[in-house]
Write a protein that binds this ligand. Structure first.
Ligand SMILES: Nc1ncnc2c1ncn2[C@@H]1O[C@H](COP(=O)(O)OP(=O)(O)O)[C@@H](O)[C@H]1O
Ligand SMILES: O=P(O)(O)OC[C@H](O)CO
Length: 497
């Protein structure tokens, strides 16, 4: 009987399940969106029970819809939206509050207090992170401080905390396993990426009892088996990684200096920096890439808040295109943006600028500027923002980047990919299968159970679709880059602080 790998991708807006065969071919997919809860401006929550029910439902659907059987699944791999955190009662398994999502800003003021108290260096050195409400730690503190009875119960050892991987595995094993992996742990602001363990000083600082924490595991190993409430037969659970790290693995960026960029709503760019964590001097994050066979690899990470979302704005805000695909036709109807620069700082600027007060701005308009120039400048801004992060990565690591591997919804845009290669003066590579996140989770699980023998075997599955080579005509590109720098500087001056 043929064997397959089942990979679960619990994302910010939907729960997906995908069945793969040994060639990395997608056999079956099931996906369902779930409710986004916005109780107040800046707050974002998910219902943990809905996360579980949609994810379990999609897993069952993906397996059954092609007439497969659960016993044909050699292993399950899990990848998930990172930082989002759940606190639940160990006895009843009931969450004490909704999951607080990575985008939630309710702890921003508390984070400012931590910065004012001079904790930035300590936290950066221990966790590789900047102090920000993005990460899980301050969200857990908020739950303990605001949910009636939560702190008392936590101090009595009755509550558990976990990122979404932990929560799913707790449910899949009927409460037998309370675990997470090193990649998810590295996004909590409670985990020391040097000692690779929870950090007592940070737990004390955030007043979080150690008894709440999951056990930290490698990214690829057999952690346990599913219980009958999930699948009738026992399936090994054998891979866990946060979604951006899973994509780095799915892109087979397994060697130092290899970089992937995911172009979705925003962009998440990760560079494999090998076996030693580098403390960024250029406002990037240091994070755990994975731990496999006892060996840890680290990554530098930079996030761009608005990337593909700028195309949604052209569609919904300006109404100059009817759908995302039309942007390429409009942008290529002109030869250049003719001096128009668009900085889409709709939600401030992320790495490496970290200007949370910046606003979206268009520079260089003339009487001859048209919707096509604006569309082109919008696409170019995605590539320029990526360039800023890549330059910071090169400066931090001392490594000159040879190629950029890309994935995500906006990579279907050939003009954008070509322009990306041009501004980086680096080959940009789009693989044949761009489902790299969920593939990464499948690979991690498959490696643990011997479905694939070693990463080299998987390497053969990863295949290039298109190589975008940089243009030889550097003059116009360099002029554009200088224009972008001027736009960023001008925006910095203009920003009200
Ligand atoms: N042809 C295109 N050119 C540029 N951007 C596009 C194109 N098609 C889709 N996008 C953008 O890609 C994003 C969706 O990608 P996806 O990977 O599904 O994102 P997410 O996982 O963040 O929801 C949207 O922001 C959309 O505007
Ligand atoms: O679920 P996504 O794809 O939006 O990813 C969320 C990231 O993991 C947040 O850090």
């Amino acid at each position: 009987m043929s064997q397959y790998i089942l990979a679960l991708d619990q994302g910010t807006t939907s729960s997906r399940a995908v069945v793969f065969d040994e060639k990395g071919t997608i056999i079956s997919v099931a996906q369902k969106e779930f409710t986004q809860i916005f109780p107040k401006p800046g707050w974002v929550e998910h219902d943990p029970d809905e996360i579980w029910s949609t994810q379990a439902g999609m897993a069952a659907e993906a397996v059954s819809k092609k007439g497969l059987k659960a016993e044909q699944m050699a292993a399950i791999g899990i990848t998930n939206q990172r930082e989002t955190v759940v606190v639940w009662d160990k006895k009843t398994g009931r969450p004490v509050y909704n999951a607080i999502v990575w985008q939630d800003k309710r702890t921003a003021d508390y984070c400012d207090e931590l910065k004012k108290a001079g904790k930035s260096d300590l936290i950066r050195k221990k966790t590789g992170l900047v102090i920000d409400s993005y990460f899980s730690g301050t969200k857990v503190k908020w739950i303990l401080d605001h949910v009636a009875g939560a702190r008392e119960k936590a101090e009595a050892g009755e509550l558990a905390l976990g990122t979404i991987d932990s929560w799913l595995i707790w449910k899949m094993t009927d409460g037998q396993l309370h675990i997470t992996d090193v990649t998810n742990a590295s996004r909590t602001m409670l985990f020391n990426i040097n000692t690779m363990d929870w950090d007592n000083e940070l737990l004390d600082l955030l007043t979080i009892p150690k008894s709440m924490l999951p056990e930290v595991k490698q990214s690829s190993e057999v952690y346990g088996h599913t219980c009958p409430n999930f699948f009738a037969s026992k399936i090994p659970i054998a891979g866990i990684a946060g979604d951006q790290q899973a994509a780095l693995f799915g892109q087979m960026c397994t060697k130092q200096g290899m970089v992937k960029n995911t172009y979705g709503t925003g962009c998440f760019m990760l560079m494999n920096i090998g076996e030693k964590p580098i403390v960024s001097q250029n406002n990037l994050l240091t994070t755990v890439a994975w731990k496999i066979n006892g060996k840890t690899q680290y990554a530098l990470e930079g996030s761009i808040f608005i990337a593909g979302a700028v195309v949604q704005w052209l569609r919904d805000g300006l109404g100059i295109i009817k759908n995302s695909a039309e942007v390429e036709k409009l942008a290529t109807s002109v030869d250049s943006s003719e001096g128009v620069f668009f900085v889409p700082a709709f939600a401030g600027l992320g790495a490496p600028h970290w200007n949370q007060h910046a606003q979206g701005t268009i520079f260089g308009l003339t009487r001859g500027s048209t919707d096509a120039h604006i569309a082109r400048a919008a696409l170019e801004s995605i590539a320029y923002q990526t360039m800023d992060i890549l330059k910071a990565m090169e400066a931090d690591s001392g490594i000159s980047i040879k190629e950029l591997r890309v994935d995500g919804g906006a990579t279907v845009n050939d003009m954008l990919m070509q322009f990306q290669a041009d501004v980086l003066n680096t080959v940009t590579v789009r693989p044949k299968i761009v489902e790299t996140t969920v593939m990464g989770a499948a690979y991690l699980a498959g490696l643990a159970v011997g479905y694939w023998k070693n990463p080299e075997e998987i390497q053969d599955i990863w295949q290039t679709d298109v190589h975008f080579e940089p243009t030889q005509d550097r003059e116009a590109i360099e002029k554009g880059i200088q224009g972008w720098y001027r736009a960023i500087k001008a925006l910095e001056h203009w920003t009200e602080k």
